[in-house]
Design a protein around this ligand. Structure first.
Ligand SMILES: NC(=O)c1ccc[n+]([C@@H]2O[C@H](COP(=O)([O-])OP(=O)(O)OC[C@H]3O[C@@H](n4cnc5c(N)ncnc54)[C@H](OP(=O)(O)O)[C@@H]3O)[C@@H](O)[C@H]2O)c1
Length: 254
């Protein structure tokens, strides 16, 4: 565990009126894409933000980008490290886990080790983080996990990841009961333009995204801020628990 504090998130003008003002929000995966947008959004609302990711330099850049945040190095594939990490943090109000990659491969091509790695990343890692955070999470707080469109719209190379993210959706409904009054929800993004897609599509990205956008009812694919807005609703909606909020431009419908 490696913790630095580059100043607490400065409350933006008017942020003191936000229900997130002064709340401690931990974003696992807050160095990039959707997680970075979530971190930015809650920082603008006046939250005290902790970022968790694998790389100290990326954490520093992200903290700078959002105007300051606590930074902790942590890896979903090292669940044993999380109890010490959370014990060293101040009490939490909200935990958001967006961390993850997109390992898309057919079952035929996947080794048992690769299957296990996907399930570790999507299930064992996030659940271990939730477990480690529980001691520090206030009863008035909430947890947001990340699912994905694959849970409902299959693709040929997506069986393992689809199973893992569908499991996340089942898990939030059970955890909402087990962990009550802590609220537990998930956000399910459709296609969102983040660095994840750069590595996924490579040079074909622009064409692939243009094609995908044209097929969606919204006529565009998602932006990280679209998902951050939905996460914000889940964090602040005191009557929302056990919910999966789909933010996919209508991707489930076409
Ligand atoms: N973009 C989409 O179209 C889309 C659609 C559906 C679902 N999702 C899901 O949404 C989540 C966020 O995706 P994104 O598009 O924002 O991706 P991204 O830009 O690549 O960001 C991924 C984040 O996860 C962190 N991360 C990855 N592996 C990690 C590990 N083993 N331990 C700790 N942190 C780890 C990365 O941090 P470091 O690299 O700094 O460690 C980074 O902060 C992912 O779970 C993804 O599967 C994305």
């Amino acid at each position: 565990m490696n913790e630095h504090l580059i100043g607490h998130s400065a409350a933006a003008d008017g942020a003191t009126h936000s229900p997130l003002a002064g709340r401690h929000v931990v974003v696992v995966g807050g160095t990039s894409g959707i997680g970075l947008a979530v971190a930015h959004s809650v920082a603008r609302a006046g939250a005290d933000v902790t970022l968790i990711g694998r790389d100290a330099q990326r954490l520093r850049h992200a903290a700078d980008a959002i105007g300051g945040a606590r930074q902790c190095v942590g890896d979903l594939h090292d669940p044993a490290s999380f109890p010490a990490l959370f014990n060293a943090l101040p009490a939490l109000d909200h935990l958001v886990i967006t961390a993850g990659t997109a390992s898309l491969k057919t079952l035929r091509e996947s080794t048992p080790e690769e299957l296990r790695r996907t399930l570790d990343e999507r299930l064992v890692g996030p659940l271990s983080i939730v477990r480690a955070a529980l001691e520090r999470l206030r009863p008035t707080g909430s947890i947001v996990l990340t699912s994905g469109l694959l849970a409902e719209r299959p693709i040929r190379t997506g069986a393992i990841l689809a199973g893992a993210v569908a499991a996340v959706e089942a898990i939030v409904r059970s955890l909402a009961l087990e962990l009550a009054p802590i609220r537990v929800n998930a956000v399910s993004p459709g296609l969102v333009d983040t660095p994840l897609l750069d590595s996924f599509f490579g040079d074909a990205k622009n064409d692939a995204l243009a094609g995908a956008a044209a097929a969606l009812p919204t006529g565009r694919i998602g932006r990280p801020d679209d998902i951050a807005q939905a996460v914000n609703l889940l964090l602040t909606g005191g009557f929302i628990t056990g919910e999966v909020l789909h933010v996919d431009g209508g991707g489930r419908l076409v």
